[in-house]
Design a protein around this ligand. Structure first.
Ligand code: SF4
Ligand code: SF4
Length: 381
């Protein structure tokens, strides 16, 4: 389906949902559609990024396929989200490369640099004690390279956020206030709309727990890297650090969180109901999980083998996965938090403006009860 056809299809489905409104207790999307009579392209991109993909609405829906209305909001929103990531991302050749291609390129480049600057004896020998890593790739070079990669990632996200927000803002009549931003950040950190409104349902709760593992695992690893930079550049204590140092402890805890979360996601997504999602979104989510898993797994391998002659090789592999994650971040599933956060800010502003202060309430029936009722009705006809 082309982007234009997808938008038309989305607007058709939203008109049906707005007339039905059965799902209004499930998540913020259903309040947001009630604030509208007509849907623009920008509205559709907003709703798509407000959806947390819990799938509860389609499991409850009597108007999904084989019904002639063919309503399927999670699939529709998944396709629209993929389109929005492409539409707002910064244009660069990196957008055409995936994680694997970038990792291989980074691997070759890092190996060449290490061999040319430090020689094979240094790269393939054992280095004990502080400063061991820098015998393979110098501290100054790593600082410059990873600062550039980090700045690129942040710039890509800010660029996408700015363009997306410009579109969201163009249809707003009221200004955004600081409290809208605070509420959106709180909702994003708590994953408010993923599973909390439907606590009887297993699938969203599973995804919620796994998402927390990945997200907080990533934050712990980020804290570990930041603390490592402080040790290195302010305290002048070079890596590798003792296992019981705060840098390594934070890194281990974060790595465990990422390993549990990403492998859990890869497993549960093999059992997903594919009719409720988009194949492109599944592939993109799986590729992102694998990339994070590889970063964490190679980090643990480096920790385990850092006192052996394999350290140089593992270090180069680990750094290549991290570099690739950073360089492709504006184009992968990694970018989803930027658009989700923007959509949540817009929703907080709309909720305040329209005077809906209460959180969406769970509907009387769980989706599974509702599905049973619909099935029984059909059987009795
Ligand atoms: S039950 Fe179906 S048509 Fe009704 S609001 Fe939910 S998804 Fe839309
Ligand atoms: S899939 Fe879940 S989060 Fe998305 S619109 Fe449906 S109920 Fe809301």
């Amino acid at each position: 389906m082309s982007s234009v056809e997808l938008m038309q299809e989305g607007k058709r489905q939203m008109q049906i949902c707005n007339a039905c409104r059965y799902c209004e207790g499930y998540c913020a999307v259903w309040h947001a559609i009630e604030y509208r009579r007509e849907f623009t392209d920008k509205d559709m991109t907003y709703l798509a990024n407000l959806c947390h993909d819990c799938r509860e609405c389609v499991f409850a829906c009597p108007f999904t396929t084989p019904h002639e209305f063919g309503v399927n909001p999670p699939k529709l929103f998944a396709e629209l989200r993929q389109d929005s990531y492409k539409k707002y991302a910064i244009a660069s050749p990196l957008g055409k490369l995936n994680f694997w291609a970038t990792t291989v390129i980074a691997l070759v480049v890092f190996f060449i640099i290490a061999l040319v600057l430090n020689g094979s004896t240094n790269v393939f020998s054992k280095h004990l004690g502080t400063g061991g890593f820098y015998a393979v790739l110098s501290e100054g070079l790593l600082t410059i390279l990873f600062s550039i990669f980090g700045l690129w990632m942040a710039f890509g996200w800010v660029f996408g956020a700015f363009r997306y927000w410009r579109d969201l803002k163009s249809e707003q009549t009221q200004p955004v206030m600081a409290r809208d931003v605070v509420k959106a950040i709180k909702d994003a950190f708590a994953l408010r709309y993923l599973g909390k409104e439907t606590p009887d349902s297993e699938v969203p709760m599973q995804r919620r727990v796994l998402h927390h593992f990945v997200f907080y695992g990533f934050l712990l690893d980020f804290a570990s890297t930041t603390l490592g930079a402080f040790y290195s550049h302010v305290l002048h204590i070079q890596a590798p650090y003792p296992v019981m140092s705060p840098v390594v402890i934070l890194g281990i805890l974060g790595g465990i969180g990422i390993l549990i979360g990403t492998s859990g996601f890869i497993y549960v997504k093999t059992r997903d109901d594919r009719s409720a999602t988009d194949e492109g979104a599944v592939k993109s989510g799986r590729a992102f999980s694998i990339s994070l898993l590889l970063v964490a797994a190679t980090g643990f391998l480096l920790l385990a083998l850092r006192d052996t002659a394999a350290m140089g090789t593992i270090l180069v592999i680990h750094l290549s996965t991290v570099a690739s994650l950073f360089l492709t971040a504006p184009y992968t599933k990694f970018t989803h938090f930027v658009y989700r956060l923007m959509a949540l800010v817009r929703y907080a502003q709309e909720e305040r403006t329209h005077g809906v202060s209460a959180a969406p309430k769970p509907v009387a029936h769980s989706s599974h009860q509702f599905r049973k009722i619909v099935d029984m009705d059909s059987a009795n006809q």
